[in-house]
Design a protein around this ligand. Structure first.
Ligand SMILES: [Zn+2]
Length: 370
């Protein structure tokens, strides 16, 4: 059965219209015809479930109630866990910010506040948090977001060959761990910029292999945790689609998301095919799904954008619907739409009265719920 998923955020549930009324939201999502939702288990405000040790969010812990409301309609809940992105941790540890190849610590320009993936203390904290989350919530599925080295990819210009793409992380902890693990001696590891120059000129393959290992080891730990706690399906891996024929550079290895290395661990890959953000045509969405399925032999569950993200031009509704259709073509396992807020942008009007809602509902019912 193909999935029809919509991504729901705190801003949806806490909107003027829903105001934490989970039954009302579940009823509308059932009318839309979705099979599941994807929603963050926690965000910059804190956890949305009753955690015993994390600082409480200022909003009510609405997830248990939302899951229950959705179950009445057989709509499943896939909880998204942002991994190496944590605004609270980033703000509390300015000395641990990821460092780029010029030696500059990461400067947040918007909501994105990444954490260095080799930060052992953070990794342990995240695993403890995931263990508690799975134990309390027993979700229908878990998806791992930001499971990579940092990059704010949403605003880069992909039409410019040679666009300067920052690479992370050359912090002292990463430099030390790289040298020990890969048996490399850097001539100057006191300066991040000098070390980065030497690494990228002399040891690029080893460096990217090491980054892949740092990410893979966390993926493995999360998967074994999910097995221990009897999660029904293995976690879904979010993936930035900056590889393949459309892109003249290989960003994947800089992110530590090496498909060849990660594939044996993963069943389902969740590429974020935001075609307007990546300056691609609607047709690219289907081509990329085919490419990823052929390269990995894994289930591909794509995410697509329902509206404008960081671009001056609007995304026409007709183009969004065309992309939904293309994203559902085989070998895709379904589609996840980012997001309900983009589909129905008014925070106080009834979403069912929006054109986007009605036309997506018609498309879903036309293509069958399986
Ligand atoms: Zn680092």
């Amino acid at each position: 059965m193909q999935e029809r998923i919509i991504k729901i955020y705190r801003t949806t549930i806490g909107s003027q219209y829903y105001h934490y009324n989970c039954n009302k939201l579940a009823e509308d999502l059932n009318d839309l015809g979705v099979t599941a939702i994807m929603t963050p288990a926690y965000d910059e405000t804190g956890p949305h479930y009753p955690s015993s040790f994390l600082k409480k969010s200022e909003t009510p812990p609405y997830l248990p109630q939302l899951v229950k409301a959705l179950k009445q309609y057989n709509i499943r809940t896939i909880l998204t866990a942002p991994i190496f992105h944590d605004p609270q941790y980033f703000d509390a540890h300015p000395d641990r910010a990821p460092v780029d190849q010029l030696g500059n610590p990461f400067q947040p320009t918007d909501w994105y506040k990444p954490v260095c993936p080799s930060d052992r203390e953070f990794r342990e904290l995240r695993l403890r948090q995931l263990r508690e989350l799975l134990r309390i919530m027993k979700p229908d599925g878990l998806s791992l977001d930001f499971i990579r080295f940092p990059l704010f990819w949403e605003t880069l210009d992909y039409t410019q060959p040679g666009t300067a793409i920052p690479e992370f992380c050359f912090c002292s902890r990463c430099l030390k761990a790289f040298q020990i693990t890969m048996h490399v001696a850097l001539s100057d590891h006191e300066s991040s910029a000098k070390a980065a120059t030497q690494i990228l000129q002399t040891f690029p393959t080893k460096w990217h292999e090491w980054k892949g290992r740092v990410i893979k080891s966390f993926v493995k730990k999360t998967f074994s945790l999910a097995r221990q706690l009897s999660l029904e399906t293995s976690p879904i891996l979010h993936f930035i689609p900056l590889d393949g024929p459309a892109f003249p550079f290989d960003v994947q290895q800089r992110l530590g998301q090496r498909l060849a290395a990660l594939s044996p661990e993963v069943d389902t890959i969740h590429p974020l095919l935001y075609h307007q953000v990546l300056q691609q045509s609607p047709g690219w969405v289907h081509q990329y799904i085919q490419y990823l399925a052929q390269t990995t032999h894994k289930h591909i569950l794509p995410a697509i954008q329902a509206g404008r993200i960081y671009k001056p031009a609007e995304l026409p509704l007709s183009e969004f619907l065309e992309v939904v259709h293309l994203a559902l073509l085989p070998p895709s396992r379904g589609v996840a739409i980012f997001s309900y807020d983009l589909l129905c942008p008014s925070s106080h009007a009834n979403p069912r009265e929006s054109e986007g809602f009605q036309r997506l509902k018609a498309l879903f019912s036309h293509t069958g719920r399986g």
